[in-house]
Design a protein around this ligand. Structure first.
Ligand code: ADE
Ligand code: ZN
Length: 317
């Protein structure tokens, strides 16, 4: 199996439905409404996806729950040949936003990660539709725990909410704490959303696929070497793209934009890293050499220390 580097994976969004059902049963919570008759997550469109996602997180109530989730998620990564994964960690979902216990949640999930063969780093992530004040508090959580495990800061959620200026304080705070920055943009928002994210000082963009609508922006991304964390299966499942063939990843790559491949929230989109590779090979005819180059791009853009990066690049040879 090709070794893989995954840069864009939400820890809660990677929770297998059976795992969430198990926690719900333990805690006596009724989450039956978020699953279909086959036990998969059920949602209709992006905003409903966010609602179901947040409902699923409501059973993540203790540090131990996060430790178990970490192990389950890294197991899935390993099964797809992922050797290094960056996980988005949202203090907003830990114990229903118990920020006072953030360090305990982080310590538990870090311990689980360090016991796993898949190497992991955390990107603390604020949720755009929870608003700028919550984002500031989340950035402070990130800043307080910045180090060799929490190495980045980002923002997900509903791209239609708020303006760039609303979140500048949070990104500045994280940068000053030494964190590296990424932001979801150009998934639901158009090219201007990507420009706004760049103005926050990010070095990578989560998704970014709608940059394809603006020639000058594509050239700018290519020239500056801004890495896109592209999640094709997510884009197709949520309706950002009509189908796999219509996905802009190939055009972006041809135009010199550094693209990488990730799964975003794999069980929600019925995907895995293996599946993403199989579909991309089938639709665009990519071969091992092309995938290897893409994973080297991911390793070069990873928010990790140089010794780890060197080790990853060697493993990808
Ligand atoms: N949070 C989890 N998945 C997301 C996505 N695809 N877009 C925005 N926020 C998210
Ligand atoms: Zn995402």
């Amino acid at each position: 199996m090709t070794p893989k580097v995954e840069l864009h994976l939400h820890i809660e969004g990677a929770a297998p439905p059976a795992f969430v059902r198990g926690l719900a049963a333990e805690k006596g919570a009724d989450l039956s409404g978020i699953f279909d008759e086959r036990g998969a997550y059920r949602f209709d469109g992006f905003l409903d996806f966010l609602r179901v996602y947040e409902a699923a997180t409501s059973v993540l109530r203790t540090p131990r729950d996060y430790a178990r989730l970490t192990t389950a998620v890294l197991d899935q990564c390993g099964e797809s040949g992922v050797i290094y994964a960056e996980l988005f960690l949202s203090p907003d979902f830990c114990g229903g936003r118990d920020l006072s216990a953030w360090r305990e949640y982080l310590a538990a999930l870090r311990e689980a990660a360090e016991a796993h063969e898949v190497e992991m780093r955390g990107i603390v992530t604020c949720v755009r539709h929870f608003g700028p004040d919550a984002a500031k508090e989340t950035a402070l959580c990130a800043a307080e725990t910045a180090g060799d495990f929490v190495t980045g800061f980002g923002m997900g959620g509903d791209e239609g909410r708020g303006t760039k200026r609303d979140f500048a304080w949070a990104f500045d705070c994280a940068r000053e704490a030494g964190l590296r920055l990424t932001c979801h943009a150009g998934e639901w928002g158009g090219p201007q959303s990507v420009r706004d994210a760049l103005a926050l000082g990010v070095e990578r963009i989560g998704h970014g696929v709608r940059a394809i609508e603006d020639r000058a922006l594509v050239d700018d991304l290519a020239e500056r070497g801004i890495v896109l964390e592209v999640c094709p299966g997510s884009n197709v499942a949520l309706g950002v793209c009509r189908d796999w063939r219509a996905h802009p990843i190939e055009k972006l790559r041809e135009r010199g934009v550094p693209v990488t491949i990730s799964t975003d929230d794999p069980p929600f989109f019925h995907t895995t890293m293996e599946n993403e590779h199989a579909r991309l090979a089938e639709v665009f005819g990519w071969d091992e050499g092309e995938f290897a180059e893409i994973h080297r791009t991911a390793a070069r853009a990873a928010f990790c220390d140089e010794a780890t990066r060197k080790r990853l690049l060697k493993a990808l040879e």
